[in-house]
Design a protein around this ligand. Sequence first.
Ligand code: ROI
Length: 178
Amino acid sequence: MGLKDVIADDQKKFDFMTIAYIGMGSNLDGPELQLASALKALQGIPSTELLQYSSFYQSQPLGPQDQPDYVNAVAELNTSLTALTLLDHLQAIESAQGRLRDAERWGPRTLDLDLLVFGEQQIQDARLTVPHPEIARRNFVLFPLVELTSDLVIPAMGSVNDLLKQVGTTGLRKIKHK
Ligand code: ROI
């Protein structure tokens, strides 16, 4: 085996790992603590590593305005799980932190963990659409995401930097630096 083969072989070992971005949001029961505790829980997901996470942002609610401001952030994971198995873990963490699955749509929540991006994959499943279709419209997703990966190109959506230029900073305030 020559050097090239050794390098190719070495990289193949990591083919099954996927970089995933998770949007985090809370506007009930101590939003900053909810996010801090969700980050701990993300570190406990099997076959998954929390690589980094963004600053925390306070953001005005999208949807009904008669609810508290949100705290939003984005986490970067490296995982060998499938997207659907990762989703199971994210939903278990939401439930453990008091998220009521059948609560009002667009209403307040203790914890929201959205699978935003899963490697290069495009997924249309009854339970899951990836990339998350709302990324391009949400400054509270794009600003924290760009902090972590300014050169990311999202499948079928384009570069996060271009997307960022198309949303304003309305309602958004950085409250805790990375
Ligand atoms: N609004 C903000 N600002 N942040 C969120 O995370 C968020 N999540 C939601 C809805 C209700 C759409 N609004 C939000 O699910």
